[in-house]
Design a protein around this ligand. Structure first.
Ligand code: 5RP
Length: 219
């Protein structure tokens, strides 16, 4: 199996977690796209979805799947999304596609977070993948200085990118994340930061990994 086939297999496996008659939170990225395509096959069994990005909402609607505004729903049963890195504690780095803030909001509104990824995403220590931070544009320089002071690493502006919320992304390179919860808290405490791509305070509930020899479940 190549990487795409592993993503597809794990997206298919996530369908087993879908609770009929409920609202499903849907993430962003290539693995989440495979999940959307699988969800389309059982769309009559769910009440609808809440999407974590404009791109995912468009893909869902193209399949004829109803997309609710988050404010219009009482709750979400499961949130299904990919990750850029994951460790065995189910702490994640997300936001490679820049949708981290809405992803964190939809995950927070969901009873369970089913993370789907190919085996290359499992790491011993988070941080080789540059950690995305969504920032209010006028605070760019202040936030970059504070990142260096408070957590270290090399903050780099993601050139030519604007989030669905109209903000910028600073990616922190070369950060060895020894204490993911602490790093997530420190970054969120910097004035001008909207949120960061660490999902450690509220980790995934289950990690489904697409591997050469099948699906591995870590929970
Ligand atoms: C987007 C994300 C994605 O989940 C992450 O980038 C993984 O993407 P892919 O499934 O394409 O490997 O956080 O903001």
């Amino acid at each position: 199996m190549n990487q795409d086939e592993m993503k597809q297999a794990v997206a298919k496996a996530a369908i087993d977690y879908v609770i009929p008659g409920t609202i499903i939170g849907v993430g962003t990225g290539s693995t989440a796209n495979y999940f959307i395509d699988e969800l389309a096959k059982i769309k009559g069994k769910i009440e609808g979805t809440v999407a974590s990005s404009v791109a995912s909402a468009e893909r869902l609607k193209a399949h004829g799947i109803h997309v609710f505004d988050l404010n219009a729903v009482d709750g979400i049963s499961i949130y299904v999304d990919g990750a850029d890195e994951a460790n065995k504690h189910l702490h994640l780095i997300k936001g490679g596609g820049g949708a981290l803030t809405r992803e964190k909001i939809v995950a927070a509104a969901s009873d369970k977070f089913i993370c789907i990824a190919d085996e290359s995403k499992l790491v011993n220590r988070l941080g080789r993948f540059p950690l995305p931070v969504e920032v209010i544009p006028m605070a760019r320089s202040l936030v970059a200085r504070e990142i260096i002071k408070q957590v270290g690493g090399e903050p780099v502006l993601r050139e030519g990118f604007t989030t669905d919320n109209g903000n910028i992304i600073i990616d922190i390179h070369n950060l060895d994340i020894m204490e993911p919860v602490k790093t997530e808290q420190l970054l969120n405490g910097i004035t001008g930061v909207v949120t960061n791509g660490l999902f450690a305070i509220k980790p995934a509930t289950v990690l489904l990994l697409g591997c050469q020899d099948g699906i591995k479940t870590i929970d």
